[in-house]
Every structure is written in C-alpha cells, then in structure tokens.
Design a protein around this ligand. Structure first.
Ligand SMILES: [Zn+2]
Length: 342
C-alpha cells in the first residue's frame, strides 16, 4: 500500500510499502481518511529521534487519525462496516500490570503509532484493535475525529487537575496542545483561562475562543494573573510550552495551595525552584499521553461544548504529504493544525 515513509532524518518518501496485517477476531480494518500532523512527527522528520526513541529503519509517520471501517473481526460487537471512526494510537498489553491498574498509557510494552519501531497511520489502511477504535458521532467530521488525539492530551491533563467550578487556570503555550487544554479547562468548569505565547496571531485565535491572551514579550504575566484573581493567583497552571524560561518561573503566578500540571516536554532537563513550590504547597502533576479519554472527547465534541474545527488551519492531499511536512517544519504563525486527507 501507499504510505508516507520517513526513510531517515529529513528524507521522506510517499511510496509503496509492504505491511502485512492480518485481521484478528477483535480487530477492525480501517480505510484512513484524515491524519493530523503532530509536533512529534515533525520532530522525527527533522531530527530522526525523540529522546531515546531513534528512527533506525524506514518508518511510516502519523498517529492522529480518523477513517472508515472496511472489515470487521468476528468477535467485534460495537462497530460495523462503513462506521466513521477515530483510533487511539497507543496499544498496551491487554493483561499487563499497568493495564490492570488503569494506567495503560504507562505500560512499558505499549506500541504507539509512529514511535520507533512501530509504523504510523499515514497509509491507505490500518488494522486496529476494536477496543481502541471509537465511532464518531454524526455531527463530528473526519477532521475533528483526527483531532481527538491531541484533545485527549488536554482532557487527561484537565482530569488530573481536579478542576472545581469557577477555578481560574493559566495555560503556558498556545500551540495545539495549549489550545485544546484551555478548551478542556473551560469545558471542565474553569471560569477563566489565561493563556500565554510569544506569537500574537496564536493569541488572537485564543481570544476568539474566549481565553485571556498574554503576550509574554510585551506583557507581565504575573500582573495579568493577579489582576484576574484579586491578587490571589491562578488555581491551576497547565504548562504546555516545554519552554525552559516558562518552567523556571512556573510557580510565581500560582495561588497558595494551587496545582501545576506539566504537559509540555522540554528537549533537555530544566531546573525547577522547589522552595517556591513549597512556599505555596503546590501540588505537582505530570501527564504522559492519556488513558481512556477518547469517549469523553467525542461526547464533548458532539454536545458542542468543545469545537476544535477552527484549529484545522491547513489541509493537504495525501499526494502532497511530503510538501505538508516541509511546510510543517517551517509554518506560518497562523498555522495551528495541519491535516492530510487521503
Ligand atoms: Zn499527536
């Protein structure tokens, strides 16, 4: 089948690849429709590695996907031919300790699309376990289906934050993950969400979603947060930039007894001021991908409480996938999510 293959660093090919996938009794075969390009895909393309994950052999990219069911395993109950679906890209061992504990995203044996050596989904069809395949509500498009994956990250962070109605949240970083986290925080009961970035166009988009934008190149973040909280500080801070500077001062705008959720991944270790966290008895949480939030993401989209459609700023055809990645490596400031349509 045709696939977008990362041959080696900075070398992509749209070509035929032989991937043998037999349909198990609990699997479905899916014709891929839309795939979102993620920061991690672009990073593998540019650098050939993320941390200890190194691309050593040609690998198909892509992990944010939606499509149509074209074949159904004999024991599958909840899906039928022709169903429009989106797929959770990380498959744990079904009876591992992590899975039994409900933290299957942390299963050391998890196989995640487009994380070496596992092929991704930028190809014509995939075989996927039906349990990790979710039917799209009628009013949710394929494009939105592909965006369930990044939204799942934001929802997982929001679940860990234990939002109370009326909380004020701060999100640092206005990329796709920052924006979907802010959307999830608003849908989850926050009264206000303040969001930072250095690119004004991204902040303008955030403000069109009802978020309070702060351009940290020209505004004082602490002043804005204190001004919005009677000088108390933000109840919750979601760190979604991975930026060393933002992380080193992350506890400053936090309220006493507040929570900080680390989502962004700095490229190398960064120092944290423990005493400033202790002085506020900050509760610190981290997240790694997500577990069991796809149904919540789809319900929130179906109900209209979360609308990710405006985040899709650029669309490419499958034939132009290489071009899409060249653009993704050097996008305009107005670009949020690039999708490839098959
Ligand atoms: Zn992603």
């Amino acid at each position: 089948m045709k696939a977008l293959v990362l041959e080696k660093t900075k070398h992509l090919n749209l070509r035929d690849i032989d991937i043998k996938e037999s349909l198990g009794s609990d699997d479905v075969r899916i014709k891929i429709h839309t795939v979102g390009i993620c920061g991690s895909d672009v990073h593998y393309y540019q650098y050939g590695r993320i941390g200890s994950f190194i691309v050593k052999e040609p690998m198909v990219l892509g992990h944010e996907a939606s499509g149509t069911v074209i074949e159904v395993g004999k024991d599958v109950k909840h899906l039928q031919l022709g169903d429009r679906v989106c797929m959770e890209p990380g498959i744990p061992e079904p009876d591992s300790k992590a899975t039994r504990l409900g933290i299957y995203n942390l299963d050391p044996a998890v196989r995640f699309w487009a994380t070496p050596p596992v092929h991704g989904c930028l190809r014509e069809t995939v075989v996927h376990p039906a349990t990790f395949t979710f039917k799209l509500p009628e009013n949710v498009s394929y494009g939105e289906g592909a965006l369930v994956e990044p939204l799942a990250v934001g929802l997982h962070a929001v679940k860990k934050a234990h939002i109370r109605p009326g909380d004020v949240a701060l999100v640092t970083g206005c990329g796709t993950i920052g924006l979907v986290t802010a959307m999830a925080a608003l849908a989850g009961g926050c009264s206000k969400v303040i969001i930072t970035d250095i690119i004004q166009q991204k902040l303008d988009m955030a403000s069109s979603f009802g978020m309070i934008p702060v351009n940290v190149t020209s505004q004082s973040l602490n002043d804005v947060v204190m001004g919005n909280t009677d000088g108390w500080g933000a109840d919750i801070i979601f760190e979604a930039s991975g930026n060393e500077d933002a992380i080193s001062r992350i506890f400053e705008p936090l309220c006493p007894g507040g929570r900080v959720i680390f989502i962004g991944m700095p490229v190398s270790p960064v120092p944290i001021d423990i005493v400033s966290a202790q002085a506020k008895e900050a509760r610190i949480e981290t997240i790694f991908r997500y577990a069991h939030v796809y149904p919540r993401a789809l319900s929130l989209m179906e109900s209209g409480k979360i609308n990710v459609k405006p985040l899709i700023t650029d669309r490419y055809r499958f034939e132009d996938s290489v071009k899409a990645f060249e653009y993704a490596a050097n996008p305009k400031p107005t670009t949020v999510k690039i999708v490839i349509e098959l």
